[in-house]
Design a protein. Sequence first.
Length: 256
Amino acid sequence: MRFDAVTLFPEMFGLVRDQGVTGRAHGQGIWAMKVWNPRDFTHDAHRTVDDRPYGGGPGMVMLAAPLEAAVDAAQADRVAQGMAQAPVVLLSPTGQRYGQREAENLAATRQGAIFICGRYEGVDQRFIDRRVTQEWSLGDFVLSGGEIAALAMIDAAVRLLPGVLNDDASAVQDSFNPALDGLLDSPHYTRPEIYGGESVPEPLLSGHHARIARWRREQSLRLTAQRRPDLIEQARAAGRLSKEDERFLAALQAQQ
Ligand code: 4FV
């Protein structure tokens, strides 16, 4: 699995390449990261990568040519390494919202992606028309650049690769994970047993696996019903809620 990023700030990708579980996995060769700076694909003394917008208006727009040359270099380098060409993903608020499903699909494809990290007001539309295969958004807010969005998307996908997390089961117990029927994760507790006068919930101390699983399920249902009722509807529509779950949710509703 390899990710490429076209970015004016290549050093930012050290965050996922060199740090934490993604950094350890990179060191173990579980995945690879390559960065391409559009400035390296300019031919003028000032290494110009942006210019003023046609039609006027504030800010600058990234030039198409350096971006296209960077993408071509990334694709050529992949082919030279016996890899398939990868989808070209532009990070933009206008893109499809990236979620856990996109992270799982990205991890499953093993093809990776070439992330285009825009800066300024954005990139020339003709580059998008000619080279971009997918637009993804991290959320309905505006970043100063696409790098942080790409970093988050890479992190969310790489941690799902086998051997990245200490215990692959950890990813299974995640919020939004199909194993949790897309519900929010239940609360977590560790030592000490009493903290600030508050004890760890008794079921978690019982050693009774069925009781622990039930407690965690009910906490997931409670938290999801309170904060993300849309996810309850999705789970219900997918037939992922048991009669016991529905009884618990009805009792919860009755308490409101
Ligand atoms: C963004 C987002 C985002 C827009 C103009 C970079 C900025 C600048 N990317 N999800 N939200 N991008 O705000 O992905 O070029």
